[in-house]
Design a protein around this ligand. Structure first.
Ligand code: PMP
Length: 283
C-alpha cells in the first residue's frame, strides 16, 4: 500500500478521508506541484518551492508549513522505497473544508494538504523520434501562471489530441502559440530559440526556466517572444519541456512537419546538456 502525506501525517493511502465540503472538491480551489526525484536528489527544489509559494499567494491559500515540502517529499520517497528509482512527488493544497459558499471560510479553516510519490511511469512517447502535437484554441482562463488544480480545459484538450492520434495539444491564443496542455513549448528558427514569455497566459515551467539557462550557457540566443501559427512553416525545430519528460522533440504540429521531420541539432544538444547537468548533480 502506498504511503501518502495527508494534513501532517504519513498514512496508507486507503486511510485517507477527504470531506465532501472540501473546496478543492467543490470549487477546484487549490494549487499543486510536481517535482522529479533523480535517484539521489530532487531537481530544482528551490524553483518548485518558489512557484508553489507564488501560487498560494495568488490564490490567497494560507499554508504556514509550505517550507516543509522538501522534508515531506523526501520522507515520501523513503517510506515508499523509491530512493533508487526515478520518481515523481505530487503535492496539492486546497483552501480546506467548509460549508459551501463562494465567500472564503470565516474564520479561516486549515488547508487540506495531500502529497504522494510514485515511480516514473514508462514513457509511451519516443523521445528519440519525436512526437506529434495538435493545435487547439486556448480555451483556458487568464491566470495560467497559477498552478491551479482546475484543469478541465487541459484534460479536455489533451484527450482530444489523444483521440485524434496526437501526443499533446498546443494552445493558440490570438494566433500565438502559448504552451501545451501540460508542458511548455520551444521553437528554433534561424538558429535562435523562441518560447512564449512568462505572462499570465502560461505556467512558468521549472524545466522551461532551466532550459533557457542551459541554452544561453551553450551560446544559443533565446527570445522570449511568442511564435504565431503563421510562423510555423519557417520553424526548423520544436520541443516540449516538463518535469517528467524533460525535453521532448516535436516533429509535427497540426499538419505542419517541423524541419525534416526528425529531432533537430539544437534540440539534441539541449537534451544532452540537460542530461549532463543531471549526471553532474548525481555526482
Ligand atoms: N505548462 C503547463 C500547463 C503544465 O501543466 C506544466 C507541467 N506542470 C508545464 C507547463 C511544465 O512545467 P514544469 O516544467 O514545471 O513541469
Amino acid at each position: 500500500m502506498d504511503i501518502v502525506f495527508f494534513n501532517g501525517e504519513y498514512l496508507p493511502k486507503d486511510k485517507i478521508r477527504i470531506s465532501p465540503d472540501d473546496r478543492g472538491f467543490l470549487f477546484a480551489e487549490g494549487i499543486y506541484e510536481v517535482i522529479r526525484w533523480y535517484r539521489s536528489f530532487f531537481y530544482d527544489m528551490d524553483g518548485h518551492i518558489a512557484r508553489m509559494k507564488a501560487s498560494l499567494e495568488k490564490t490567497r491559500i494560507i499554508w504556514p508549513a509550505a517550507g516543509s515540502f522538501p522534508e515531506i517529499a523526501l520522507e515520501l520517497i523513503r517510506r515508499n522505497m523509491l530512493e533508487d528509482q526515478p520518481a515523481l512527488v505530487y503535492l496539492q493544497v486546497t483552501r480546506g473544508a467548509a460549508i459551501r459558499s463562494h465567500a472564503f471560510p470565516k474564520p479561516p479553516v486549515p488547508p487540506t494538504v495531500y502529497s504522494f510519490a510514485r515511480g516514473m511511469m514508462p514513457d509511451n512517447n519516443d523521445p528519440e523520434s519525436g512526437i506529434r502535437i495538435m493545435l487547439a484554441e486556448d480555451i483556458r482562463w487568464k491566470r495560467c501562471d497559477i498552478k491551479s488544480i482546475a484543469l478541465l480545459p487541459n484534460t479536455l484538450s489533451f484527450q482530444e489530441a489523444l483521440d485524434s492520434g496526437f501526443h499533446e495539444c498546443a494552445f493558440v491564443r490570438d494566433g500565438k502559440i502559448t504552451e501545451c496542455s501540460h508542458s511548455n513549448i520551444f521553437f528554433v528558427s534561424g538558429g535562435s530559440l523562441y518560447t512564449h514569455p512568462e505572462t499570465e497566459h502560461i505556467l512558468p515551467g521549472i524545466t522551461r526556466k532551466n532550459v533557457i539557462r542551459i541554452a544561453r550557457n551553450a551560446g544559443i540566443a533565446v527570445m522570449e517572444t511568442p511564435v504565431t501559427i503563421n510562423m510555423l512553416a519557417a520553424v526548423s525545430e520544436a520541443f516540449l519541456t516538463n518535469t517528467s519528460g524533460e525535453i521532448v522533440p516535436v516533429t509535427l504540429i497540426g499538419e505542419q512537419v517541423i524541419g525534416n521531420g526528425q529531432p533537430g541539432p539544437i534540440t539534441l544538444l539541449l537534451r544532452s546538456e540537460f542530461r549532463n547537468e543531471i549526471n553532474s548533480l548525481q555526482g
